[in-house]
Design a binder for this molecule. Structure first.
Ligand SMILES: Cc1ncc(COP(=O)(O)O)c(C=O)c1O
Length: 370
């Protein structure tokens, strides 16, 4: 089976991790942690990096730093991972959805302003599968209505919007370093910001808000969202070769695009203002194909290719509907992506031969028209 993702761990990462282990600094103090935060923040052009346990925690902590009143609203895409909605809800706020753009699969920025109410406090754009959101459009609405922007760049390390790195656009920007991400620490995440006060609050809250004078006297709610020095050591090694990783992702995407041309499926676009990192190479079946993404995935599995279905929309999540969110709302583009989209093996360790085998399997599976 060609796996949908396989990470690539180089010698630099192994050396760093061994060094961290030998140093004895295996929890959340140690030099690799500060180094990773500084270097990743600098890579994205930001002043502060605050490393945390995962991308979900990063989003949760980011929303908490907005210090929202109950029932504040945050506008976010329907087509995303549940982490985004949970980050809003766990902070007592209300997620408000906009549908996806049929081409980029990111939030349809033309729908944002219609969702702004007197309770709206923030917009949460998510760069889906490595393609940037049109951030000028997001920021225009945010500025007009005095809203914060929480940028979810979990899938977009190294991607660019009009020449600026993704992660550089939010008041607070969030990343994941899960094993399938462009930079991995196994599990991990980071908040980036230029705001000193937000950075200080995030640092304190990721560490239980220990007292500055008396350690065990707490004046605010916090969490234990600390990343370990061992994870950061892995991240420092990964970050050293991020440009090569991004170049390889783009090469794999070009090979898929060429090899799948002419088939009845839609492939990722790259807008003229975007540099996509094609974190995962997704395809969406045309209506002429007589099976959906599940059927396609099964057919590819029979041919030795592992795939992953696209996100199911937030308005289709039983856990959120049970809580009274998104009643009878309809997001048809998201539904279509969920029904007809899946992503192909795209991990860092994929070989050219594997890409060719995936292309052959797809061509074969699409000939089976029933
Ligand atoms: C867009 C997006 N946001 C947030 C997350 C959450 O990151 P994590 O899995 O590290 O909690 C993910 C995870 O894959 C993601 O794809």
């Amino acid at each position: 089976m060609i796996p949908v993702n396989e990470p690539l761990i180089g010698q630099a990462e192994i050396d760093n991790v061994v060094d961290a282990l030998r140093s004895g600094w295996i929890s959340s103090a140690g030099t690799y942690l500060g180094q990773f935060e500084r270097e990743f923040a600098a890579y994205c052009g930001r002043r502060h990096g605050i490393a945390v346990t995962n991308g979900t925690a990063a989003l949760q902590l980011a929303v908490s730093c907005l210090d929202l009143e109950p029932s504040a609203e945050i506008i976010m895409p329907s087509f995303t991972i549940i982490s985004c909605a949970l980050a809003v809800i766990y902070n007592g706020a209300v997620p408000v959805l906009v549908d996806a753009d049929a081409d980029t699969w990111c939030m349809d920025v033309s729908q944002i302003e219609a969702k702004v109410t007197s309770r709206t406090r923030a917009i949460m754009p998510v760069h889906i599968y490595g393609h940037p959101v049109d951030m000028d459009a997001v920021r225009t609405v945010a500025q007009r209505h005095g809203l914060a922007v929480i940028e979810d760049a979990a899938e977009a390390h190294g991607a660019e919007y009009r020449g600026g790195k993704c992660g550089g656009f939010g008041d607070i920007s969030c990343f994941s370093f899960y094993a399938n991400k462009i930079v991995t620490t196994g599990e991990g995440g980071m908040l980036l910001t230029d705001d000193d006060a937000v950075a200080a609050a995030a640092r304190s809250r990721r560490n239980l808000c220990f007292g500055s004078e008396q350690r065990f006297v707490h004046e605010d709610f916090g969490d234990n969202f600390r990343m370990t020095n061992v994870q950061a050591a892995l991240g420092v090694g990964q970050l050293e070769r991020i440009e090569a990783t991004v170049a390889r992702k783009r090469q794999v995407a070009a090979a898929y695009s060429a090899g799948l041309a002419g088939l009845p499926l839609r492939m990722p676009v790259e807008r003229e203002w975007a540099k996509s990192v094609y974190w995962m190479f997704g395809v969406v079946l045309d209506d002429s194909v007589p099976f959906d993404a599940d059927g396609f995935g099964r057919r590819l599995a029979e041919r030795g290719v592992q795939t992953r279905s696209f996100f199911t929309g937030m308005h289709r999540q039983p856990v959120l509907l049970d809580q009274g969110f998104f009643g009878c709302e309809s997001y048809p583009v998201t539904d279509r992506l969920a029904e007809r989209g899946l992503y192909l093996p795209s991990g860092q360790a994929i070989t050219d031969e594997q890409v060719a085998a995936v292309i052959a399997a797809i061509r074969d599976a699409l000939e089976e028209r029933t």
